[in-house]
Design a protein around this ligand. Structure first.
Ligand code: SAM
Ligand code: FES
Length: 350
């Protein structure tokens, strides 16, 4: 184990069988060793800075039906909402005043918002505050749409690949969705010039260690600027309601591995991680993560963007979340960075 960890630290990669051993035979000792080296790598590249992204969950309508997701189209229990342009701009402006320099617009695939409307919202946010980076996370679209959003001023796009294994992808999604298209979207986004974020859930139903290694190999090839991973957590009104959630321990282990594989990547300690353990996000940062995404959505819609059961921060005001995050980050010896928080290779580039 020691040798494998050293090799990963020095070269940033392992052979398939080596990854398998590192993950399969993991124990407290190997986690501690990985964590120490991963936080060292993060500090070498980003110091003790933790970047904040203000998340606006602007619609929970979705045309898709991912089996794991609480806002999937077939969930008739979900109370649907969408925010108007003015509401989104209000949240973005409040985010700016609270020190956020990245606004993430996330939602289900809601075709009610036409491309022109999305572009208009992006332009208006940039008009309000030109030093804000706009990140989109609105799913699979055509290359033309991605180009239009980019031209309007969006510079980053989060689209988790979910799993890089075809068989596994089919078990998580209805036939209409394909891994091929997901990958095509990520390729297009990168070609256009976005900073892209890929990622997967840890412990999703039917996931095996081999599938996780497929994810690592895919990410190595893709070279995203951000990697979002968090535990799968069941939602009571989905087909996966009876599956177990992903573990804290494996998620932290994977965060540390990812930091060693991708020393410069932007790596969030996700809300899902914070939802399965009261100190989950802090533990994520100490395992190599360097981004957190507090919620900026209006209080009255937060409990409707329920991707999984037990999601945290659904009853708080944005300002409370911001303060709470700052306190948590400072308590572990890190600090909140008031900057756009670009990938190191993209600094000075909106
Ligand atoms: N519609 C966009 C998309 O598909 O990329 C963005 C919204 S989608 C809800 C954001 C992410 O939430 C997904 O990529 C998925 O990994 C995560 N997610 C959904 N359901 C989840 C669950 N039950 N547990 C943990 N994460 C979940
Ligand atoms: Fe569309 Fe989850 S099924 S956002």
């Amino acid at each position: 184990m020691e040798e494998l960890i050293r090799k990963l630290y020095e070269t940033g990669f392992l052979e398939r069988e080596e990854f398998k051993k590192l993950i399969e035979d993991r124990n407290e000792e190997s986690y501690e060793a990985l964590k120490k080296l991963a936080s060292k790598r993060a500090i070498e590249n980003y110091g003790h800075d933790v970047y904040l992204r203000g998340l606006i969950e602007f619609t929970n309508y979705c045309r898709n039906d991912c089996y794991y997701c609480g806002i999937r189209a077939s969930n008739k229990e979900a109370e649907r909402y969408r925010l108007s342009k003015d509401e989104i701009l209000y949240c973005a402006d409040m985010g700016y005043k609270l020190g956020f320099r990245t606004i993430v617009l996330q939602g289900g695939e809601d075709l009610t918002y036409k491309d022109e409307e999305i572009c208009d919202i992006i332009r208006e946010i940039k008009k309000l505050h030109e030093d804000v980076a706009v990140t989109l996370s609105i799913g699979e679209k055509s290359k033309e749409s991605y180009e239009a959003y980019f031209k309007a001023g969006a510079s980053r796009y989060l689209l988790r690949h979910e799993t890089a294994n075809e068989e596994h992808y089919k078990k998580l999604h209805p036939d209409k969705l394909s891994l091929e298209n997901r990958k095509e979207c990520l390729k297009n986004l990168k070609e256009i010039g976005y900073q892209i974020g890929a990622g997967f859930m840890v412990g999703s139903p039917y996931q095996t260690i081999d599938y996780i290694i497929d994810d690592l190999f895919y990410l190595k090839k893709l070279q995203p600027h951000m990697i979002g991973i968090g535990p799968f957590i069941p939602h009571k009104d989905t087909p996966f309601k009876d599956f177990e959630r992903g573990s804290l321990e494996l998620t932290l282990y994977m965060l540390a591995i990812l930091r060693l594989m991708f020393p410069k990547v932007l790596l969030p300690a996700t809300t899902a991680l914070g939802s399965i353990d009261p100190k989950g996000r802090e533990k994520g940062i100490l395992s190599g993560a360097n981004v957190v995404m507090p919620n900026l959505s209006p209080k009255d819609v937060r409990n409707k963007y329920m991707l999984y059961d037990g999601k945290i921060c659904t009853g708080d005001e944005a300002a409370e979340c911001r303060k709470c995050m700052e306190r948590r980050i400072e308590n572990i010896g890190y600090k909140v960075a008031v900057s756009k928080g670009d990938h190191i290779d993209f600094v000075n580039n909106l």
